[in-house]
Design a protein around this ligand. Structure first.
Ligand code: DX5
Ligand code: ZN
Length: 243
């Protein structure tokens, strides 16, 4: 018998309510905790939640696929204990299939793997789903959309990197807009309800254009956690541009 890790980790009525809300949501704001103050992580997450964040984005980096090293299942588990928000885990790691179970056990709601790291992407997506999580495909700025076309219909989410992965605080790459529009066209042709999530350099200046191109989920670290008016102002100013 298969053990449903995500159901175990997210068993409260409140988390079920989040799943139902998500079905009717049009646009998702997912603050990336990469720019949070880790000495006050619980407070910062609570501030995101009360300002209306939809998901919490957790950037996992291994120092191999990307030059930086960040967090693992231990941090995901800590986040799970302080929030009922869906945890959107972005795996910028080599051989992600070795770690999926640990992240699912820690309470991840969504697991996004990079096409560049998965030679058997269909199997990896199935593995994620069998763990009770939503399965997303991430692609780097230089990776053509054609590289994911064969498995697009298997994904719950396509994560389009709008910076080279590794660090927060980088400039948004404008060519992302055309890429998002291309993915939107292909998903619509497939009749797929998958989210298109854009990640990197998203701010009040570009979020409207990204939305108009067809994106439905927006990750932001700097624009939320480093907003001069605080986290609430960061989330609300982004929301105002996409509502
Ligand atoms: C980059 C990460 C992003 C990053 C976004 O590798 O995947 O999620 O934290 O940070 P900002 O919003 O500052 O570009
Ligand atoms: Zn990310």
């Amino acid at each position: 018998m298969r053990f449903d890790y995500a159901a175990e980790a997210c068993s409260s009525a409140q988390r079920e309510a989040f799943t139902i809300i998500e079905m009717f949501q049009k646009y998702i704001i997912a603050p990336s905790i990469l720019s949070a103050d880790f000495t006050r992580l619980g407070e910062e997450i609570a501030a995101c939640e009360s300002a209306g964040a939809d998901w919490l984005h957790i950037d996992v980096m291994d120092g191999h696929f990307v030059p930086n090293i960040t967090m693992g299942p231990f941090i995901v588990e800590a986040c799970r204990r302080v929030t009922d928000l869906p945890l959107d885990v972005h795996l910028m790691i080599e051989k992600p299939e070795r770690h999926l179970e640990a992240f699912a056990r820690a309470g991840a709601s969504r697991l996004n793997v990079h096409v560049e790291t998965c030679p058997h992407l269909h199997d990896t997506l199935e593995q994620i789903k069998s763990l009770g999580c939503k399965a997303g495909i991430a692609l780097n700025p230089d990776t053509p959309v054609g590289n994911i076309q064969a498995v697009m219909s298997d994904a719950d989410l396509i994560l389009v990197m709008s910076v080279y992965p590794g660090f927060s605080g980088q400039e948004f790459i404008p060519a992302t807009i055309a890429k998002v529009a291309d993915i939107r066209k292909k998903l619509d042709a497939l009749g797929s309800p998958a989210w298109i999530e854009v990640d990197g350099g998203v701010n009040v200046e570009n979020v409207g254009k990204v939305k108009d191109a067809g994106a439905t989920a927006f990750v932001a670290a700097t624009a939320v956690f480093k907003h001069p008016g605080g986290i609430e102002a960061g989330i609300k100013t982004l929301r105002a541009k996409i509502s």
